[in-house]
Design a protein around this ligand. Sequence first.
Ligand code: PMP
Ligand code: GLN
Length: 389
Amino acid sequence: MSEPLVTRMQGFGTTIFAEMSALAVRTGAINLGQGFPDTDGPPAMLETAIETIRSGGNQYPPGPGIPELRAAVAAQREDRYGLSYDPDGEVLITVGATEAIAASIMALAEPGDEVAVFEPYYDSYAAVIALAGAVRRPVTLRPERQGGRFTFDPDELRAAITPRTKLMLVNSPHNPVGTVFTREELEVIADVCREHDLIAVTDEVYEYLTYDDAEHIPLATLPGMRERTVAISSSGKTFSATGWKVGWVTAPEPLVRAVQTVKQFLTYVSSAPWQRAVAYALSNELAWVADLRKSLEAKRDRLMTGLEAAGFTAYRPQGTYFVQADIRPLGFDDGLELVRALPDKAGVVAVPTQVFYDNAAAGAHFVRFAFCKRDEVINDAVRRLSQLT
Ligand code: PMP
Ligand code: GLN
């Protein structure tokens, strides 16, 4: 049979996360690849899901999501960021942030439209841009000479915008480089969006996972941006429940309506018991999340110290679950090659960052390690990595 897969999806193969997690299972290596915690979320949230299942909350929820969760999401945006959204019409519950991103791009980009995106980019962005028949225009994030924080050159951002650009996709806190965009950086992005009449799609799934003094500022809070921003977040990272896949969109009503028009034919609805549990957690478990943040900050430092001792140049992330590490000081220069050999060489699995770049050369020497793991797992992994040299 000739290749049955449509041309626009050829080349996407298996996601790197699935490939690397399968490699970890096959080899018994420690999995610092795919970003999922190895401890559970707040016990009362888990109980709420169980209780909802036991008490018959198992049928289709309403299309936009259960009212309690939409109200909880609207309250969270208001309390934390001063952003007001009407739970009836400006909030949409989705199957994780992944579905929200897919439905937003498919709803808002025509074939041939361009989507500006910072690279390295989360892998699903490229795939759904391709599915929509749209074209990605990457803007590369590079480490600053001083301090190594990854950022973009405003001129490169401006140069990536053309008359065909329709959307600007912004992920902050950023996976995999760990940057939390500052107000100044967001001002540049907002200027570009306003000047070229772009819609911003913001991926804020790590909104609570910021460290040191970094503060997550939603792009929609900048002047003139609420009206043109589709903001996306999810419960997976905030409540250590990545398998629950409860996400959401907040945006002005016409944008939510557009996204919902696509979303309803992708999955219609999902996850009734988990929607109830996440509504509970958003309203009652933010103190638990504050503790999670603190514990992840310490894990970040633990992994940073270990990677540096093992000889990597490690870039201290301001947010997320991940450390980006340069492998060249260890004598390697191809991250993909190294991570495929790493289970044998060191009994550890990581993610090669180059698969998140169009400009693969810019990312060839970076490898991403996750630190959302128990301390003993991180210790064991860095001990193994220290034998690489
Ligand atoms: N965006 C980014 C930047 C991510 O790292 C992830 C992975 N969790 C997602 C989106 C997908 O989120 P979800 O699991 O809620 O679909
Ligand atoms: N977001 C997680 C990561 O970056 C994994 C998501 C996935 O497996 N698709 O590792």
